[in-house]
Design a protein around this ligand. Structure first.
Ligand code: NAD
Length: 292
């Protein structure tokens, strides 16, 4: 069943995701603020659009994958944006990681125009997008989830309807708490092994097979050993996500000590100019704390 898909935001994640949808036989029209990102989609067999309205005007499905809340708000609510352009009945799927409340506001405004809105943030990183093995956490109605599932199956491997509008974002925030805390702990373990003079490659190898093993240890442990801090997932974006975690916890009157500490460590690296580094750069922040 070929869909006409308007895809907004063709960056590290959106670029490969849109290309997979093209390969699956869909007609994908993409728009990004960066011309080079549109050119990459065209090279992959998609179509380029001049603006958001041009990308989504004739779409059955709109997918957005932009950095944060302000961009989602602009793309959805702005003049010439998605909500004022698309036809009633269009499926509008935001896959960016944003505040649950913003996803709920988009869904409510969409419902007034008879649009079918889902929040569907993802986990798995750039590699997960390139290999089409993302985890996709979806908030919205069962019916809209079922309609979107064939598209999600093109992009991901673990796809779960987790609840009503906004629930996908809440699960994604929990994901980001686990990932940032885990990266920090892997960085601490690495530095600990180094200081003891133990071979870190051998150490990581055996750690990976026990209870300490994780996707973060496997993938990010290696990246930290190679000291390659090119994103990947930028500290700026992880800072945004830790803000969502800590703000939500505050709203819930919930005490999450490690969420607070991890958020501060991310903020500290960013304050020192590390916002553009991959989140593995937490290792650099830790080394600075140790006077390196
Ligand atoms: P990115 O900065 O590489 O890509 C975002 C793209 O959106 C950019 O190309 C930018 O030009 C475009 N954009 C911004 N405003 C726009 C607008 N008004 N109209 C059209 N295009 C616009 O970021 P990314 O790493 O792809 O992340 C996108 C989202 O996915 C974020 O919410 C992020 O938190 C989430 N995410 C990222 C990763 C990762 O590993 N990179 C993993 C999971 C989730």
């Amino acid at each position: 069943d070929t869909k006409r898909i308007g895809f907004i935001g063709l960056g590290i994640m959106g670029g490969p995701m849109a290309a997979h949808l093209v390969r699956a036989g869909h007609r994908v029209t993409g728009y990004d603020l960066e011309r080079a990102a549109i050119d990459r989609l065209v090279a992959a067999g998609g179509e380029g659009a001049a603006d958001i309205a041009d990308a989504v005007r004739h779409a059955d499905v709109v997918i957005t994958m932009v950095p944060a809340d302000p961009q989602v708000e602009r793309v959805m609510f702005g003049a010439g944006g998605v909500l004022e352009t698309v036809a009633p009945g269009t499926l509008v799927i935001d896959m960016s990681s944003i505040k649950p409340g913003t996803s709920i506001a988009v869904a409510e405004a969409g419902a007034e125009r008879e649009l079918r809105v889902l929040d569907a943030p993802v986990s798995g990183g750039e590699a997960g997008a390139i290999e089409a093995v993302l985890s996709i956490m979806v908030g919205g109605t069962e019916q809209d989830f079922a309609a979107a599932l064939p598209l999600f199956e093109v992009l991901g491997r673990t796809i779960v309807h987790v609840g009503p509008h906004g629930a996908g974002q809440t699960v994604k925030a929990a994901n980001q708490l686990i990932v940032a805390g885990n990266i920090q702990l892997v960085a601490e373990a690495l530095l600990f092994l180094e200081r003891a003079g133990v071979d870190t490659e051998a150490g990581l190898k055996v750690l990976a097979g026990g209870l300490a093993g994780s996707a973060v240890l496997d993938r990010k442990g290696r990246v930290m050993r190679d000291r390659d801090f090119t994103p990947g997932f930028r500290i700026d974006l992880h800072h945004k996500d830790m803000g969502i975690v800590t703000e939500s916890a505050r709203e819930f009157d919930l005490v999450l000590p490690l969420a607070g500490l991890t958020a501060q460590l991310v903020a500290s690296l960013r304050a020192q100019g590390g916002g553009g580094l991959d989140h593995c750069g937490l290792l650099l922040g830790l080394e600075r704390l140790n006077g390196h």
